[in-house]
Design a protein around this ligand. Structure first.
Ligand SMILES: C[S@@+](CC[C@H](N)C(=O)[O-])C[C@H]1O[C@@H](n2cnc3c(N)ncnc32)[C@H](O)[C@@H]1O
Length: 211
C-alpha cells in the first residue's frame, strides 16, 4: 500500500465518518431518468458512496457490483441494502479505481459524480470503465460542471469537463459506440447547510454497439 493510497482512502473515510449520513439517500435523478428505459441486467456503479444508486438499481432488477474507495461508505451502503431487502443483488467491492478495477463486463456501467479533491485519474478510470461495458451495453457518466455556486472554490486545479471533453477523453474505437446523450443541464440541490442551490451538470450516455 503506497502513501498516496492511504491518503486518498483516509480522506474519503474521514469524509464519510464525519456524519451518519452524507448524501440524501435517494438515487441520482439523472441515473433514474437515463436507466428507466433499459432492460435490467448486470450493472457496475463506480464511486457508489452510500449506495443509493446501487440499491435503486437492485430494486429495479439489476444485479449490481458497486465500488468505492471508502470502507466506511461501503459498510453503510451494505447496511442500507439489507434494510431495503436487496442485499443479495449487490456485490460491494472496495477499490481505489486507477489502481484496481472489478473484473468482468456489464450491461450498464455508471459513474455518478466520480469527482475527488484528492488526486483522481478520472479520464483513465473512465477509459477502463468503457472497456468494462459489454457489447450492447450502456456507459453512463454524470458529472458536475463546477463547484456549488457561492462556495469559494478551494481546488481551482480541478477541471470539470464538458460532455464533449468526456467523450473525447474516452478515446473510443471508431464505429463501436453510439452517442445517446451528450448534454449540459441545470439541477436544483439542497446543499449541506440545507440551502436550495442551482448546479450545472453534464450527462454522457453511450451505447457500445453489439459485436
Ligand atoms: C462526489 S462522491 C459521489 C458519490 C455517489 N456516486 C453519489 O452520486 O452520491 C465521489 C465518490 O467517489 C469515491 N471515490 C473517490 N475516489 C475514488 C477512487 N479512486 N476509487 C473509488 N472510489 C473513489 C468517494 O469515496 C465518493 O464516494
Amino acid at each position: 500500500m503506497t502513501t498516496e493510497h492511504v491518503h486518498d482512502e483516509h480522506y474519503w473515510d474521514n469524509f464519510y465518518a464525519e456524519k451518519d449520513q452524507i448524501w440524501s439517500g435517494r438515487p441520482n435523478a439523472a441515473l433514474v431518468h437515463e436507466v428507466a428505459g433499459l432492460t435490467p441486467g448486470t450493472a457496475l456503479d463506480l464511486g457508489c458512496g452510500e449506495g443509493a444508486d446501487a440499491i435503486w438499481l437492485a430494486g429495479q432488477g439489476w444485479t449490481v457490483t458497486a465500488v468505492d474507495i471508502s470502507a466506511v461508505a461501503l459498510e453503510r451502503a451494505a447496511r442500507h441494502a439489507e434494510q431495503a431487502g436487496v442485499a443479495d443483488r449487490i456485490d460491494w467491492q472496495q477499490h481505489e479505481l486507477g489502481k484496481s478495477f472489478p473484473d468482468g463486463q456489464y450491461d450498464l456501467v455508471s459513474a455518478q459524480f466520480l469527482h475527488s479533491v484528492t488526486e483522481l485519474p478520472r479520464e483513465a478510470i473512465l477509459r477502463t470503465a468503457s472497456r468494462a461495458v459489454a457489447p450492447g451495453g450502456v456507459l453512463l457518466i454524470e458529472g458536475h460542471l463546477g463547484f456549488p455556486p457561492g462556495e469559494e472554490n478551494p481546488h481551482p486545479e480541478i477541471h470539470f469537463p464538458s460532455p464533449a471533453e468526456v467523450i473525447e477523453d474516452l478515446e473510443l474505437a471508431e464505429g463501436e459506440w453510439e452517442v445517446l446523450v451528450s448534454r449540459e443541464h441545470g439541477r436544483e440541490q439542497i446543499d449541506r447547510t440545507g440551502k436550495l442551490i442551482h448546479r450545472r451538470d453534464s450527462t454522457v450516455k453511450l451505447r457500445r454497439l453489439p459485436s
